[in-house]
Design a protein. Structure first.
Length: 367
């Protein structure tokens, strides 16, 4: 179930055909999901991989930028993006304690897939959120085979949402959370570009949950919280990947990433110390950026670029905010009931339950 299937239309913009990050041409998403028991402990975790272009990211760099709303989280590969503004690897999202193995495996896979003789080094971007209530996170069960599976599964088209990939064991606004996606396509008179987002939603308090601006969470408080006896409501994190085919430069990508904060705020998140809120945006509008090769001779001194003029960038900001807002709600609606190892239920947010709560706030489909 997705928000629009329930008649919930968030914002004023028009979604892309799939209403997904894969509406941006070339972007591919793949998951590897673990739902099993190992050594008597429950494992609910995984890896999600986003490929920024149709080919290998190493051979087709794109401009990127990131923003940290609250830094109680971790990520690899961001220092070089901050310095050079270039994304040269796939993006991966997993759980907090598996960043290292995912990063190392992406490095090994790049060498295996490309056998590139160039002189360079590989610094993959891997981000995380905490799934320790539903998953044996200390067991570090993500292995190289799972990363390989996610990379091999990366494809265009519809994106699986909810308890899949890195989002398998995540909790959002005290309901089952996980992976969500959405997009906005600008009209031709505003450039015709697409902004797509993918979130791993593992954040938020139920009482703060807002849907389409209405305080739905206040009317869902009778549903038992998974944090009633363990942990703190709102603990976790949210990471957001934003993609666009607009020709943005690195500083403009950073500005686009900042707007994820607005989408999170619209749904009632973004205020918790215990949440790591990290956002990365990349832009594929400039082609033929040179790959790094520190042994190459004869590289031209400059490369011709395009840039969206600032007078025309605001619609992209609005598109990003709306798509993030909708992706979070999609992640929650795709959630499924799940139980912790000690028997505590993490409820999925049923579509009809949400509509009933919204009705109590005065919201209506026909408004």
């Amino acid at each position: 179930m997705r928000a629009r299937q329930l008649g919930i239309t968030l914002g004023l913009g028009t979604p892309g055909e799939l209403n997904a990050i894969t509406d941006v041409p070339g972007v591919r998403v793949g998951h590897s999901t673990l739902k099993t028991r190992i050594d008597g402990k429950q494992v609910r975790t995984g890896v999600s991989v986003i490929q920024p272009r149709a080919g290998e990211a190493r051979q087709q760099p794109c401009f990127a930028g990131y923003h940290v709303l609250n830094g109680n989280g971790d990520a690899t590969g961001l220092e070089w993006i901050n310095e050079a503004g270039l994304l040269t690897t796939p993006l991966a999202i997993t759980n907090t304690h598996s960043i290292g193995i995912v990063r190392d495996t992406l490095i090994a896979l790049e060498r295996e897939r490309l056998a590139d003789p160039a002189v360079y080094w590989c610094m993959p971007v891997v981000m995380e959120t905490y799934d320790g209530l539903l998953n044996d996170i200390w067991g570090q069960h993500i292995k190289p085979a799972h990363v390989r599976e996610a990379v091999n599964n990366a494809e265009p088209g519809p994106v699986q949402e909810g308890a899949v990939g890195g989002g398998t064991g995540m909790i959002c606004h005290e309901f089952k959370g996980g992976i969500g996606t959405a997009s906005r396509r600008l009209p031709a008179e505003q450039g015709g570009w697409t902004v797509g987002v993918l979130v791993q939603a593992n954040h938020g308090k139920r009482q703060e949950l807002r849907v389409d601006g209405y305080p739905a969470g206040r009317h869902l408080m009778d549903i038992p919280s998974p944090f009633a006896e363990r942990g703190t409501p709102g603990m976790g994190s949210i990471v957001v990947i934003l993609a666009t085919d607009a020709p943005l430069l690195p500083h403009q990508c950073q500005r686009l990433a900042q707007r994820a904060s607005i989408g999170i705020a619209r749904t009632g998140g973004g205020t918790e110390d215990s949440s790591g809120d990290l956002f990365l945006a990349f832009a594929t509008g400039n082609q033929d950026l040179p790959p790094a090769d520190y042994g190459r001779k004869g590289l031209p001194f400059s490369t011709a670029l395009q840039m969206v003029n600032n007078d025309h960038i605001s619609p992209l900001f609005l598109a990003a905010a709306e798509a993030v807002e909708e992706a979070i709600i999609n992640a929650m609606l795709a959630g499924e009931d799940m139980t912790t190892d000690d028997g505590v239920q993490v409820p999925g947010l049923n579509g009809e339950t949400l509509l009933q709560a919204l009705g109590k706030t005065g919201w209506s489909v026909s408004r």
